[in-house]
Design a protein around this ligand. Structure first.
Ligand code: PEP
Ligand code: MG
Length: 589
């Protein structure tokens, strides 16, 4: 422990990737280096400074090219290489490179100081813009400027790639270039000040199974390099310099967690079937293509949600029809003959920033998000639909529109879908003409008019993350109202039940693909409401399968009736807990 370190402090953040890890903290400092200033330089020195600057740019290009090659060798991170490409492109940015050279000449200063002045100007320029996308591009240019500065000065930032011992990374935020290069062998866990459940950091942590906690405001001031930290990504707890007693306690929890996870692998090959033989379809949620292997290993019977917006992130251009085709083809081929449900673009809102150039909104969760954004940019929407349609000849593809609020909106989207088909016919590009189109039920109005919608759509997929957000009017990313984020709230249970009943009457499929589907404490409630299809992340499949295999389906109907009678979440929870404990002794930890 270092002088001035905190002892035994427990902090609560957002656990975004489960598991417990105990290790030494490595603080990744915020970017920024001390810059020497030399003014009134003679002309001969200025030429030298320009040469130094050009050389630093060249070194930066070479470093990024090496990084690019390294990423390409690594199966896991390959699809992120476009992020590095975008950074390489920025090294040719006129605003940065030409302006720095001009500043050296005009102000007669050294290269570092000129670059620093230019970077400050860029920061001021982008800070003034209200457009979040542009502001992010400003931050990217700063990252690149910082790299050149380090190459000029000869200093290197502690980097995740340079880590040669096992550590827990602590950072304000992790740049995309850092997160895609994480080595699971060295980075045992990480903790960040910024980020939410859907941040890049959280997504990479989950897909790599690295325990992680985000949203810890004071962590950078409370921790010193080398401090011992416990990261419990399941509960979102971080303990700084714990006592031996606390370490022993967490070691015990860790062992329990490992043996539980290990025991779950016995379920990989087994069907998701209740004791009395009712088959439940467990499917996978996918953000990145490298998650598919684990899903199929765990016995997922298809992909219930492919979140395609990740194809649009970390780049300055938009994905082409060919890129959509290639990504969707890969998923469908791997998963076939099981279905792959591809959700069309769900950018906007509080989750992700858009690279479609729209300005930040006052109330983004209720703004130009998902299908609304697609209808505003039918060109972008159609490009994606054409790519997905073309992939349909390679597997069992279904398409799903997010955030549908009513029939007219669905029919509007369907019109673009039909146009996409007509264009493909004209272009003589093959596709399956019978691809099913369904919708996500995540806006309360869609649940209310589900009977009307059921006449037009092939299936419903209930997005409980948003349905709960909009039903209870709570921002899903706001920690102050997090206490209201209750998946077993009677209002949500009734809404789900209503949608299931409508789907059953109409004879269409209904599933749940929100986080609730992968939460074992909700499995019994969902089955009791009548669901037979659930879609979740890879880790959750085995846990939920274990619960499913411990349930007697014939008990579910009466249980469903009972839970709908309760007026508060805590009543539902205690009833479910009691039922779970009495039925599956030893199944839960
Ligand atoms: C949901 O809202 O439940 C859902 C699955 O979609 P997302 O989390 O991507 O908004
Ligand atoms: Mg949603």
């Amino acid at each position: 422990m270092k002088t001035g370190s905190c002892v035994g402090i427990t902090l609560k953040g957002i656990g975004v990737s489960p598991g417990i890890v105990i290790g030494k903290a490595l603080i990744i400092p915020e970017e920024g280096v001390e810059v020497p200033a030399f003014c009134h330089l003679e002309d001969s020195f200025l030429l030298h400074e320009i040469e130094r600057f050009k050389r630093a740019v060249k070194i930066s290009q070479e470093q990024l090219q090496r990084l690019r090659a390294k990423i390409l060798q690594n199966k896991k991170g390959r699809e992120h290489v476009h992020i590095i490409d975008a950074y390489i492109m920025m090294l040719y940015d006129e605003m940065l490179i030409e302006d720095t050279i001009k500043t050296i000449k005009r102000e007669k200063v050294n290269a570092e100081w000129a670059l620093k002045m230019v970077l400050r100007g860029i920061r001021e320029f982008f800070d003034k813009t209200e457009d979040e996308y542009l502001r992010e591009r400003g931050a990217d240019i700063e990252h690149i400027g910082d790299r050149i500065l380090r190459n000029l000065i000869g200093k290197r930032r502690d980097k995740i790639t340079d880590i040669d011992e096992e550590v827990i990374v602590v950072a304000k935020d992790l740049a995309p270039t850092d997160t895609v290069q994480l080595s699971k062998d060295k980075v045992k866990g990480f903790v960040t000040v910024m980020g939410g459940r859907t941040s890049h950091t959280a997504i990479v942590a989950r897909s790599m199974e690295i325990p992680a906690v985000v949203g810890l405001e004071n962590i950078m001031t409370l921790l010193r390099n080398g401090d011992t930290v416990i990261v419990d990504g399941t509960s979102g707890t971080v303990v700084i310099n714990p006592s031996m007693e606390v370490i022993r306690e967490y070691e015990w929890h860790k062992k329990q967690f490992f043996s539980y996870e290990k025991s779950l692998h016995n379920y990989s090959e087994l069907p998701a079937e209740t004791i009395d033989g009712k088959r439940i379809r467990l499917m996978g949620n996918v953000e990145f293509l490298n998650e598919i292997g684990q899903l199929t290993d765990h016995g997922a019977e298809g992909i219930g949600l492919y979140r395609t917006e990740f194809l649009y992130l970390g780049r300055t251009d938009l994905p082409t029809e060919e890129e959509h085709l290639s990504a969707c083809k890969k998923v469908a081929e791997r998963v076939s003959p099981h279905p792959t449900i591809i959700r069309t673009l769900d950018l906007g809102g509080d989750k992700f920033t858009s690279n479609l150039g729209y300005e930040k909104e006052v109330n983004p969760a209720m703004g130009l998000r998902a299908i609304r954004l697609c209808m505003k940019r039918p060109d972008v929407f159609k490009t994606q639909l054409k790519g997905i349609l073309r992939a349909s000849v390679f597997g069992n593809i279904k398409i799903m529109f997010p955030m549908i609020s009513g029939v007219a909106e669905f029919l509007g989207a369907l019109k673009v879908f039909e146009e996409a088909k007509s264009e493909l016919r004209r272009e003589k590009k093959p596709f399956d003409p019978d691809v099913e189109v369904g919708i996500m039920i995540e806006v309360p109005s869609a649940a209310i008019v589900a009977d009307h919608l059921a006449k037009h759509v092939a299936f419903f997929s209930i997005g409980t993350n948003d349905l709960l957000q909009y039903c209870l009017a709570i921002d899903r990313g706001n920690e102050h109202v997090d206490y209201l984020y209750e998946p077993l709230h009677p209002a949500l249970l009734r809404t789900i039940k209503g949608v299931i009943d409508v789907a059953n009457r109409a004879g269409i499929d209904v599933s749940v693909c929100g986080e609730m589907a992968g939460d074992p404490s909700c499995t019994m409630a969902l089955l009791a409401l009548g669901l037979k299809q659930l879609s979740m992340n890879a880790l959750a499949i085995l846990r939920v399968k274990k619960i499913v295999r411990s349930i007697r389906y014939s008990d579910m109907m009466s249980l469903g009736e009972k839970i709908l009678e309760f007026s508060t979440t805590s009543e539902v929870e205690s009833y479910i807990n009691y039922e779970m404990k009495s039925r599956f002794e030893g199944v839960l930890i």
